[in-house]
Design a protein around this ligand. Structure first.
Ligand code: ISL
Length: 635
């Protein structure tokens, strides 16, 4: 089918990407998903949206939208229900994300380092972790806490040296664990040698490694906005051109259309793989292919908060580059790859990760991290019913030829237990519910450092407490608009990514055992009682529950590969619970979760005898208590 502005919304829903884009628009606007299923709405041609939206949907939007619908994505048939996923080590693994700056400091300079991580490998092994993902440790000016890389093959001095890295890798492997690196190749730091050479002038061999646009210093080439605020363009006088930066002004986008650039990226990947790393988490990897430099749609800018995103979130060469990367760098090794793919949905995830596509193993989708129509800068009580809807859609809809990443936290977002409930007394129960769900669904669990302690969020009251460039930019933009500092901090201090980056609390001693020096960022609130040592000493702690949940998953392939069978999903009487079976080769488990802060009636599943094997309140009771989660063996 070729899509035009005459295509109806019903026809758009026949396209995988069409389904994703409509779903994302509905999520961002908070409109009901059922809207597009309505036959009357479905009969509307795209062209009519211009009048129906009062002009918000304009010609530019529809041109981009139909181009995306017609883009090579292909129709990828799903395996029949009941088909088993192929086995793989990374499907059976539990991954632990380390944010090195805040994990453990051995040198005493107040910043975490590789020697500090090495000292904690036994702690991670004891927890049951199989794979470490290190957020960037490369040489960097630190404008975006290391996601602005100055040298891909040098360790940032505060973290140590390549020698320290090799010692860490050897220690991880000696414990039977694996290690994946954070691959940030959508952009480099403006201090990277490639960029410095590129700025010498248009004739420089590496000029084409970056994305340039001719123009005059008074007018950027288009209206694209950086995700960190402001124009996405830097004026470079030495070239008389504009250079693109989708993130901070010091993170310059690489031009993946340049074969020499791609070859250098693949060579760098092979260098790390030859050193022994076991794979990569790939930063905003879906942004690497840009579709020209046309202006972005003001509607999308308003809805998605990313002006120009339609021109780079799923570019025309994305699949081609990922297949080439696989051939040129990854295939000779037994690797695990996870692509971070903001703004892409379930159908695109299938096109990027189905085994037959030979691109990525899995992706991070973020649709569940905030409720529909919400974002991390606006305070609201996270509704777990929305998480249930999300998990049902992905667990039932992804297909056995793909594999989901299961995570609730990362270094970019406020921590989930603190989103779910502001009651400190209930946060441990919320954390245990998340652990029970994460360890009993089909996919690879990613535990973010501190999840295993049920860490909450912090307080950032003054601008000098902020370290996150995105939040600092937002604070400055708000005060520039005339907001008071307090009003600006109510937004920037609430949504700052620093909440997830406070130092890991190891014990109740000086600086929570994180450093002998002065911590680079404030300690996690409540560290005196919520820390690893205190929780390891308390059998009822979140830490022990995570450890038991991981051990249960490791002991039973049904919890990894088993069929996912949700129950009571149509029963209004049980709308407040999330219940499902996992079944494989005669082994069956039943999971029940209370999605609310109140006590609710427990449904009785039609199945054999239920033997509790993991209970967040220690043992089941007559009803389900606030955020209670139980796992039972059936029969
Ligand atoms: O917060 C987000 C996802 O929950 C996104 O807005 C996030 O900024 C986006 O997904 C890109 O994040 C990645 O690239 C950035 C870096 O600042 C983030 O830390 C990294 O996770 C630029 O490299």
């Amino acid at each position: 089918m070729v899509y035009t502005q005459k295509s109806t919304l019903h026809e758009v829903l026949q396209s995988p990407l069409g389904r994703d884009m409509l779903n994302t628009l509905l999520l961002q606007t908070g409109l009901p998903a059922a809207l597009v299923q309505n036959p009357l709405v479905g009969a509307v041609p795209l062209s009519a949206l211009k009048t129906l939206s009062g002009g918000k949907v304009d010609e530019a939007f529809l041109t981009s939208f139909t181009a995306l619908l017609n883009r090579d994505g292909g129709i990828l048939p799903r395996p029949a229900p009941g088909v088993r996923p192929a086995r793989a080590w990374w499907k059976e693994a539990v991954v632990y994300q380390v944010y090195p700056r805040s994990f453990a400091d051995a040198s005493g300079d107040g910043v975490g380092d590789l020697a500090g991580i090495l000292a904690k490998v036994p702690y991670l092994a004891d927890l049951g972790v199989d794979v470490l993902w290190l957020s960037p440790i490369y040489d960097s000016p630190g404008d975006d806490c290391g996601y602005d890389i100055r040298d891909y093959q040098k360790i940032d001095a505060p973290f140590g040296t390549l020698r320290d890295f090799d010692a860490l890798l050897a220690g991880v492997h000696a414990h039977g664990m694996k290690l994946i690196m954070d691959l940030v190749v959508n952009h480099t730091s403006d201090e990277h040698a490639w960029y410095r050479e590129a700025c010498r002038g248009r004739g420089d061999p590496r000029h084409d490694y970056y994305i340039w646009a001719d123009g005059t210093p008074d007018a950027p080439p288009n209206n694209w906005q950086s995700l960190f605020g402001g124009s996405a363009w830097n004026w470079v006088p030495s070239c008389g051109q504009w250079a693109l930066h989708l993130f901070s002004k010091k993170q310059m986008d690489l031009n993946w259309e340049c074969p020499a650039l791609r070859a250098e990226v693949y060579a760098m990947m092979r260098w790390w793989l030859a050193r022994g790393v076991d794979g990569f988490r790939m930063d905003v990897i879906n942004f690497i292919s840009k579709d020209g430099l046309a202006d972005g749609s003001p509607l999308l800018a308003d809805v998605a908060g990313m002006c120009g995103v339609e021109h780079y979130f799923y570019g025309p060469h994305l699949h081609e580059y990922l297949r080439e990367m696989r051939r040129e760098a990854l295939d000779p090794y037994d690797t695990f790859t996870v692509g971070e793919t903001p703004a892409l949905g379930l159908e695109a995830a299938r096109l990027l990760t189905a085994e037959s596509r030979r691109e990525l193993d899995t992706v991070f989708n973020f649709d569940h991290l905030d409720n529909p129509g919400k974002n991390r800068y606006t305070p609201y009580a996270y509704d777990l019913h929305e998480l249930k809807k999300y998990l049902l859609r992905w667990q039932c809809g992804l297909g056995a030829d793909c594999w989901q990443s299961l995570f609730f936290d990362n270094h970019d977002n406020r921590r989930m237990p603190g989103k779910i409930t502001s009651d400190p007394a209930l946060q441990p129960a919320a954390a245990k519910l998340l652990a029970a769900v994460q360890m009993t669904l089909r996919g690879t669990p990613f535990v973010y450092q501190g999840d295993e302690l049920g860490l909450g969020n912090a307080r950032f009251d003054t601008p000098d407490e902020l370290r996150d460039v995105e939040a600092i930019n937002r604070y400055q933009a708000l005060t520039a608009q005339g907001k008071t500092s307090a009003a600006a901090m109510a937004v920037a201090g609430y949504g700052t990514r620093d909440h997830a980056r406070t130092p890991m609390p190891w014990n109740g001693g000086k600086n929570a055992g994180f450093t002998a020096g002065t911590p680079w960022l404030q300690l996690t609130e409540g560290w005196q009682r919520t820390n690893a040592a205190a929780e390891q000493a308390d059998p009822a702690s979140v830490w022990h529950f995570y450890r038991a949940a991981i051990a249960l998953r490791h002991a039973h392939p049904a919890l990894v590969y088993g069929e996912f069978q949700p129950v009571f999903t149509r029963s209004r009487a049980f709308a407040d619970v999330f219940c499902y079976f996992r079944t494989l080769d005669g082994e069956r488990f039943y999971v029940e979760c209370n999605l609310t802060a109140k006590q609710v009636r427990r449904p009785a599943p039609l199945c054999g005898r239920l033997s509790p094997v993991l209970c967040s309140y220690g043992a089941p009771a007559a009803a389900l208590r606030p955020y209670e989660a139980n796992v039972y063996r059936v029969g």
